[in-house]
Every structure is written in C-alpha cells, then in structure tokens.
Design a binder for this molecule. Structure first.
Ligand SMILES: [Zn+2]
Length: 140
C-alpha cells in the first residue's frame, strides 16, 4: 500500500511516516554549481534508472533517490557531487570516503563524485545492490 503525500508528492509505505514536507525544484540544487555537477547527477541517475523505477525527490538539503524506499541521496556541491547509499555489508570502493553506522539502515556509505570517469562498473554494482536491498526489505 503506497501512500502519496498530497503536499510534496513523495510516496511512502504508510501515511504516518514522518518526512520533511518541502518541495524544492531540482534545478535549485544546481544553481551556482559547476555545470559538470549536473552532468554527474544526470549520468548517475541514468545508471540507476536502468535498475527499475526510480523516483527523484528534491528536499531542502539533498536529493533522494527512491525505489520502493529511498536507497541513496545526492547533494550537489560547488565542484562535486556528494552522496550516500545504504548497504548491509562493509563494501569498499575508492569513491567511498567514509562509513557511518546507522540505526536502521546498517552501513551508510558516503561518496564523492568529481568527474564522470569516477563512476565505474563496480560502483554501479554497489548502487544496484543498495537498490535491490531496499526493494527486498520487508518493511522500513
Ligand atoms: Zn509531504
């Protein structure tokens, strides 16, 4: 049962889920940023959309990528694209700078993309895994 918030159009599994109900234009995240930051975003989005349905929500501080539930976030910076993704194991990759323990989603990976060549098949595979994990999760 998917519930769509009437105010911000985000979709959730239940109507009670707390969220920051703010609608920001996607383009606002890229104003004042290097144009390549938008290219990095578009390329990455194209890659994850090959996995299946992906919703994109522009929140105040980040852009959420959601399959059934969110599996990654992206935050455009001046010269690079920062992001997080959730995995259930301690995957390592040159793009992953930091790993944080998270109460509900196990390991949060923090990554930074600075050039299109940064995204290699291994990294796409990690994104795919994050996407599939939340799809398979019984409830979050
Ligand atoms: Zn809302």
């Amino acid at each position: 049962m998917i519930w769509t918030c009437p105010r911000c159009r985000r979709q959730f599994r239940s109507a009670t889920k707390y969220h920051s109900c703010v609608h920001i234009e996607l383009a606002d995240h890229f104003s004042g940023k290097d144009s390549q930051v938008r290219d990095l975003f578009d390329n990455l989005l194209g890659s994850v959309q090959a996995f299946g349905p992906v919703q994109v929500y522009a929140l105040r501080t980040r852009i959420v990528l959601q399959g059934e539930v969110q599996f990654a976030t992206l935050t455009p910076r001046k010269h690079w694209l920062e992001g997080t993704l959730w995995l259930r194991w301690k995957a390592e990759h040159p793009l992953i700078s930091c790993i944080e323990m998270h109460v509900f989603r196990d390991y949060v990976r923090i990554f930074r993309l600075t050039s299109p060549g940064d995204v290699d098949p291994e990294f796409i595979a990690l994104l795919h895994e994050a996407y599939m994990l939340v799809v398979l999760a019984p409830h979050t």
